[in-house]
Design a protein around this ligand. Structure first.
Ligand code: KPL
Length: 314
């Protein structure tokens, strides 16, 4: 089985490192990067992987920026940011055969629409709460274990393709706990609620996740944002298993020291995933005629912050 991971950011390097460290999968792993110079530098330096259990290790994970030289893979994990998906799918086309499983691991919900936009391959939706912090290019820290869910969007694929259990055992070999879900859309929404409540607020206040709980006005904002998202989810026909506000508060507690991915983006003057998170709630709210003033306002505050960057590095 040939396995690729496109996007050498925090989650991409985490998945690549974990699979590289597993004896059975080490020789089958390849990172894919669209930037030639960064791929060269990662090939010469290796990936630096830190975790509380293994300490710091330098891993010689091969990185390619030439999909045509690699050819079709059996599995491709897409770990690029949601706003990079269009470009990334075009770039990755040579890696896809009609049977390649392309596993989308983006934050937010904008990637749900890519199911029918692939040149080839079988789309798989995924969501992961593995904690990964990017220290520098090609240097990540495993901030805490989480749960990864995988599933097909279309019920037809669910009945015709049994390859997901192979991916599940692959990830388990790498120590990534994974569950195949028959309702992946709800799982993705459950993660969306958390990102709606945490990411933009931490980015605006420049605080780690746990500090959202220490100020009452901020806590009320968090509850309001998630409450609006819940109304939109109900209108979208999403089945909600767990109280979204309670779940978000639990994640704030469990990841208290974490710097959210959006705050990391803002600190590094990178584009954020606001359009796939609070922006997506505003957009869907408009479609369903549901007012989402808090999400509208926070999305525009983050876009204003992005507008102050001197240059966008993508
Ligand atoms: O997914 C996250 C993110 O930062 O994007 C959370 C769960 C908020 C952890 O920081």
């Amino acid at each position: 089985m040939k396995i690729g991971i496109i996007g050498p950011g925090a989650l991409g390097c985490l998945f690549a490192s974990k699979l590289f460290l597993a004896k059975d999968t080490r020789d089958r792993i390849l990172l894919i990067d669209h930037r030639d110079a960064r791929a060269d530098s990662l090939n010469s330096k290796g990936i630096t992987f830190e975790s509380a259990t293994t300490g710091q290790q330098q891993l010689a994970i091969p990185v390619s920026s030439k999909p045509a030289d690699v050819g079709p893979l059996d599995v491709l994990f897409s770990c690029v940011k949601s706003y990079q998906l269009d470009r990334s799918i075009t770039f990755a086309a040579p890696l896809l055969s009609p049977t390649t499983l392309l596993i989308f691991l983006q934050n937010g919900i904008n990637h749900l629409k890519y199911g029918n936009r692939l040149p080839r391959g079988i789309p798989v939706l995924a969501t992961s709460s593995e904690g990964a912090t990017r220290i520098a290019s090609g240097h990540i820290r495993h901030a805490g274990s989480g749960q990864t869910f995988l599933g097909f969007l279309s019920p037809q694929e669910q009945t015709t393709c049994n390859k997901l259990s192979a991916i599940q055992s692959l990830l388990k070999k790498g120590g990534i706990s994974c569950t195949v879900s028959k309702d992946i859309r709800s799982r993705i929404w459950a993660k969306l609620f958390i990102n709606v409540g945490i990411n933009a607020l931490t980015a605006i206040h420049n605080i780690p996740n746990g500090r959202l709980l220490t100020s009452d006005p901020v806590l009320q904002q968090l509850k309001g944002l998630v409450g609006e998202a819940e109304q939109v989810a109900i209108a979208s026909g999403i089945s909600i298993q767990e109280d979204p506000v309670a779940a978000t508060l639990t994640v704030c507690k469990h990841t208290a020291e974490n710097v959210s991915s959006m705050l990391q983006d803002v600190r590094n003057h990178r584009p954020t995933e606001i359009d796939a998170i609070n922006g997506a709630i505003s957009q869907l709210g408009r479609n369903y005629n549901i007012a989402t003033p808090l999400n509208d306002s926070i999305a525009s505050q983050i876009r204003d912050i992005e507008g102050t960057y001197n240059e966008h590095q993508q």
